[in-house]
Ligand binder design. Structure first.
Ligand SMILES: *[C@@H]1O[C@H](CO)[C@@H](O)[C@H](O)[C@H]1NC(C)=O
Length: 536
């Protein structure tokens, strides 16, 4: 009996061994929300039995023994994103980040720093190191394709936002800008007006030109400097950057149809929006549980996310917010990084908020948020209407969509924030349609064939199993644009028409010459002149 059981264990272990792959996950953006996505990705792959090497700026609290961390936490010091994204500076207009031209170089600097990091260099230099696939987060440049070059394995892109034109061009083609918008264009939510369509076309053309004539060169330099020596150490040939850049096998996107624009997608774009939310929500800490259970008029939860700090609100704004919240009959739970003196009785501070557990509580009736994608996703997951105060990056798009979908009010960051929020609270709470709408979307969001995490693991495995999933590659991707637009056909037709025209002219001329000759024989001189006037 024991022998049999031992055999079974051996068999199971061997089976596990066979189907366990080695992944390299590259997600070192020094921003908490990005690391939440990276951590979840790594956790699911490790739970599925795979070995994962994880390049990250934040070491997760709990790591599976199958996970090896490559620490790039020096990014947190060198790129203090938290300090840059200061609420007061946004209110005073002293920083603007919603611009590709400032965003892209910053992201390239972070990528360069990742590749210069000594732990990462050690990994790249280790010639015994092998991976079955690389999963790299796309963040406004493509230099991480070099990892696939060094380890000679398939590449999977991970996009922390929905499939937009910049990532679609890496795997399929640029969708039509008339209905598929750039993620930094603040106000363009399809259907677009004439002006928005023109702005969108302009933005995408300028972005594309900037990539072609400016960023691509910088990226190629980074590839040559940081990857090519390691590739040369391992292999005889070095693939050009452009070849690797357009060679990804798959793209995982953190989006779902209940939230983003449902544009057509090629077979190798897999949307896994909401995968970071675990099926078992952690219970609330006891004090919060009691507070929320006993709130007979409901709880309003207020958080500006992990990058923006409420403590950076100017003092007068903090005071007016406290005063306004004090007038409400609901309990207000404010994620605030330090203690706030003179708080009204119904306002409670949490320095760190278990956001998902709060939103999951049935008494949470409204979420006041900066409109980050994780917060927006969680609010749809749990079915809570929002007041969105967008500040930077994709937050304008996220809040704009939520407003259009009918479960949000937008409030702009300004010194009259308290009064504007007060009005919005009244609108949302007095009008049941906001809650109804978000519950409907939540039902759509949950109505899937399999959970997003299952999808993620399945496709990551399929790429390895099928040696790069070439069968998923979009035919559009491998075709030059003039062929897709049939410009070559138009050229052929033009040539045919031209030849046809020449033949007809030739024919007419020879006929007239003959007619003229006959006419000349009968009526010499004057009619011949008359004819040549007509036909010449
Ligand atoms: C492109 O990807 C495929 C599949 O992963 C791989 O076989 C091929 O070697 C890659 N090409 C280059 C230039 O790396």
């Amino acid at each position: 009996m024991i022998k049999k059981a031992l055999w079974l264990v051996v068999v199971i272990l061997t089976l596990c061994e066979i189907s366990a792959y080695k992944y390299l996950v590259v997600s070192p953006i020094p921003s908490k929300s990005h690391s939440i996505l990276g951590d979840a990705l790594v956790e699911y792959l490790a739970d599925a039995g795979h070995e994962v090497t994880y390049i990250t700026a934040f070491t997760p609290e709990k790591v599976s023994p199958r996970v090896t961390i490559i620490d790039t936490s020096d990014h947190i010091r060198n790129f203090p994103i938290d300090a840059t994204f200061n609420l007061k500076s946004f209110m005073d207009g002293t920083v603007t980040t919603n611009n590709f031209m400032t965003f892209a170089p910053l992201m390239l600097e972070i990528s360069r720093a990742t590749l210069g990091n000594s732990n990462v260099r050690k990994l790249l230099a280790d010639e015994n190191q092998r991976f079955d696939a690389v999963i790299a987060e796309w963040m406004y440049n493509e230099v991480y394709v070099g990892f696939a070059g060094v380890f000679n394995c398939p590449l999977i892109w991970f996009s922390s936002i929905e499939p937009h034109w910049m990532v679609m061009q890496l795997i399929d083609e640029i969708p039509n800008p008339a209905y598929s918008t750039d993620m930094l264009t603040a106000d363009s939510i399809p259907p677009l007006t004439f002006r928005q369509r023109v702005v969108e076309l302009y933005t995408q053309i300028v972005g594309r030109l900037a990539q072609t004539f400016w960023l691509s060169g910088l990226e190629r330099d980074v590839y040559n400097e940081y990857f090519v020596p390691f590739i040369r150490d391992r292999y005889n040939t070095v693939p050009p950057f452009e070849e690797l850049r357009y060679n990804a096998s798959l793209m995982l996107c953190n989006s779902h149809l209940s939230m983003n624009t449902p544009i057509r997608l090629p077979a190798n774009v897999i949307t896994i929006g909401g995968y970071h939310i675990k099926p078992n929500i952690k219970p609330l800490p006891e004090d919060l549980q009691t507070l929320m259970d006993n709130s007979k008029d409901g709880v309003i939860y207020f958080s500006m996310g992990s990058n923006l700090r409420s403590k950076h609100f100017p003092d007068e704004v903090k005071q007016s917010l406290l005063k306004m919240f004090g007038k409400l009959k609901q309990i207000v739970l404010w994620k605030f990084e330090e203690d706030l003196p003179n708080r009204p009785n119904n306002v409670h501070i949490v320095q760190w908020a278990p956001q998902q557990s709060i939103l999951a509580h049935k008494n949470c009736i409204l979420f006041i948020t900066h409109g980050g994608l994780l917060s927006t996703t969680e609010t749809v997951h749990f079915g809570v209407p929002i007041i969105g105060i967008p500040v930077f990056a994709d937050q304008f798009v996220n809040v704009g969509r939520a407003v259009k979908k009918g479960f949000a009010q937008r409030v702009d960051l300004s010194y009259s924030l308290a009064a504007d929020i007060e009005k919005a609270i009244r609108n949302v709470l007095d009008n049941p349609s906001y809650t109804t709408r978000v519950k409907e979307l939540s039902a759509i969001y949950h109505d899937r064939t399999v959970p997003p995490a299952t999808e993620l693991v399945h496709w990551a495995e399929q790429v390895v199993k099928t040696k790069g999933a070439r069968h998923l590659r979009s035919p559009a991707f491998m075709m030059p644009w003039y062929q897709k637009m049939y410009l070559d056909l138009i050229l052929v037709l033009l040539v045919v028409l031209l030849i046809f025209y020449k033949i007809i002219i030739f024919f007419i001329i020879s006929v007239t010459k003959r007619v003229n000759f006959i006419l000349y024989l009968h009526f010499p001189c004057n009619v011949y002149e008359y004819g040549s006037i007509i036909f010449s």
